[in-house]
Design a protein around this ligand. Structure first.
Ligand SMILES: Nc1ncnc2c1ncn2[C@@H]1O[C@H](COP(=O)(O)OP(=O)(O)OP(=O)(O)O)[C@@H](O)[C@H]1O
Length: 472
């Protein structure tokens, strides 16, 4: 068989294995350039097709080719300027694409032409489920007071795309679960309906794709790629600030999708108002829908996350170790997970069970330095008293006016979060109060933190005072 016959037969097999519009859009226009040394080189007519094939069809292609050839081959896709129909002779000129990582924006002058209408674009999306991490689902996401709102908003969007909140804008510090939630929306929507076009990209990838499209004069493909989507998930949108050309293109992408009733979800490390050098017209669009923040996880959430993570690792981790880690590692969830992994690896290497002593040894450098000095109950009473201008005796006393109850509950919260004191001990420190009263005070502050920005600022500045530079 020559390459033409091989490809003809392979495409015939593939036609029965993948969705018809996927076949028509992405595979019909490809060719088999060569087969040699266990390597089959496939020619794609443009960079978008090449990317889609690489992202979605490599394993099915390998299998189909293997069946036709009778032996296994590796597959490589290149861009080929000729795009013969499968029944036509293969005659191609090869051109290697240039590297995809770029640093600066080129001139966008040639790019400001009208975009194709959505209904003129071919169906079938580029780069979807293949780039969504299957681990990032709603069921693997632990909900606590710090992320309850964000989780509910994402769930609503996943269930009713473009009907609940559009756009949905998620913001929060590093490692707090924004990417997880964004991708959970995509995974959920795809589980419900595999035909839905979901695209998850970082804003850096959006920028790079745009730059490459301009450089290769493939702006049309770029637009097809980005405007033929049902749910667009863009991570770390703050990075488009200051990039004029990217903002311009994103503005049009946003308008096209939003106008066509498609869902847009954005994440950022800060709210739209705080993204400096973001064009006003984009800022106002980001504020059209719902803006929710993801906060630092409280003790309960940290404990629940560690417990769930321990279960997936199938390594017995005692509740003492989990409590120890949840108390000590407060910065973010990525670090929390990293620390648990490190403790388990350390125990494995030393062939010991995972105990608090082992955890403490495994994390010695982190616990001693990065977080810093130990905070004492005295530190907390002193700082809270100064912050609210309330005498320490009043905080410990029996008064029930609002101006003393709030600082008292903040002390309960900080003692529980920042020290190893038990509920009973905290009650004693606060003038012999019952542990259920302490629990109530702690819960009150944790709940209020989700909705009360002023209280959040209070807690943040108190932590800064307690820990200095390293405070979260
Ligand atoms: N509530 C949660 N339940 C379970 N796992 C979580 C939760 N929040 C975050 N994680 C996990 O923590 C890790 C970091 O989360 P993620 O990458 O989503 O953070 P991020 O907010 O996008 O951070 P960055 O801004 O640095 O990109 C991931 O492994 C994620 O699965």
């Amino acid at each position: 068989m020559d390459t033409k016959q091989i490809w003809f037969t392979t495409l015939g097999t593939l036609q029965n294995q993948i969705l018809r519009y996927d076949y028509d859009t992405w595979l019909k226009t490809t060719s088999l350039v060569s087969v040699a040394n266990d390597l089959a080189v496939i020619g794609a007519p443009n960079v978008t097709t090449k990317q889609v094939i690489e992202d979605r069809f490599m394993s099915v292609l390998r299998r189909a080719l293997g069946e036709v050839l009778g032996y296994q081959v590796n597959v490589r896709v290149i861009i080929s300027s000729a795009t013969p129909a499968p029944s036509e002779p293969v005659a191609v000129t090869l051109s290697e694409p240039s590297p995809t990582t770029e640093v600066a924006e080129p001139s966008f002058a040639s790019f400001n032409q009208p975009a194709p209408m959505l209904n003129q674009l071919p169906l079938g999306d580029p780069n979807r489920s293949s780039v969504l991490n299957p681990r990032y689902t709603f069921s693997s996401f632990i909900v606590g007071t710090s992320n309850r709102l964000a989780h509910a908003a994402c769930m609503a969007v996943a269930e009713h795309p473009a009907q609940a909140y559009n756009p949905l804008f998620l913001y929060g510090g590093v490692g707090l679960g924004k990417t997880h939630l964004l991708q959970a929306i995509g995974n959920y929507a795809l589980d419900r309906n595999p035909e839905v076009n979901v695209l998850y990209v970082s804003s850096e990838k959006f920028t790079n794709d745009l730059i490459n499209a301009i450089r290769r004069q493939q702006t049309e493909e770029f637009r097809i790629r980005y405007r033929n989507i049902d749910i667009l998930l863009i991570d770390d949108i703050q990075f488009i600030a200051g990039k004029e050309g990217t903002q311009e293109e994103f503005f049009h992408t946003f308008n096209t999708l939003h106008g066509a009733g498609k869902q847009i979800v954005l994440s950022s490390d800060r709210p739209p108002k705080a993204i400096l050098t973001l064009e006003e017209r984009l800022r106002s669009r980001f504020e059209w829908g719902l803006i929710v923040d993801v906060q630092n996880p409280d003790l309960e959430t940290r404990t629940a996350i560690l417990r769930a993570k321990g279960e997936t690792l199938q390594v017995p981790v005692s509740s003492e170790v989990i409590d120890f880690l949840a108390q000590r590692i407060q910065s973010n969830i990525r670090e929390l997970e990293g620390c648990l992994n490190r403790v388990i690896a350390y125990a494995n290497l030393n062939r010991t069970p995972v105990t608090v002593e082992v955890a403490s040894a495994a994390l010695a450098d982190l616990l001693d330095t990065s977080r810093r000095k130990r905070v004492t109950a005295d530190d907390i009473f002193r700082e809270v008293s100064q912050h609210y201008g309330i005498d320490q005796r009043a905080i410990r006393g029996r008064g029930r006016s609002r101006n003393v109850v709030l600082p008292r509950q903040v002390v309960m919260y900080l003692l529980r979060e920042e020290t190893d004191a038990s509920l009973v001990e905290i009650g004693e420190l606060l003038g012999g109060r019952d542990h259920t009263t302490v629990m109530h005070g702690y819960n009150k502050i944790t709940d209020d933190l989700t909705s009360d920005a002023r209280l959040r600022n209070d807690i943040t500045s108190l932590r800064q005072r307690l820990y200095g530079e390293n405070a979260r």
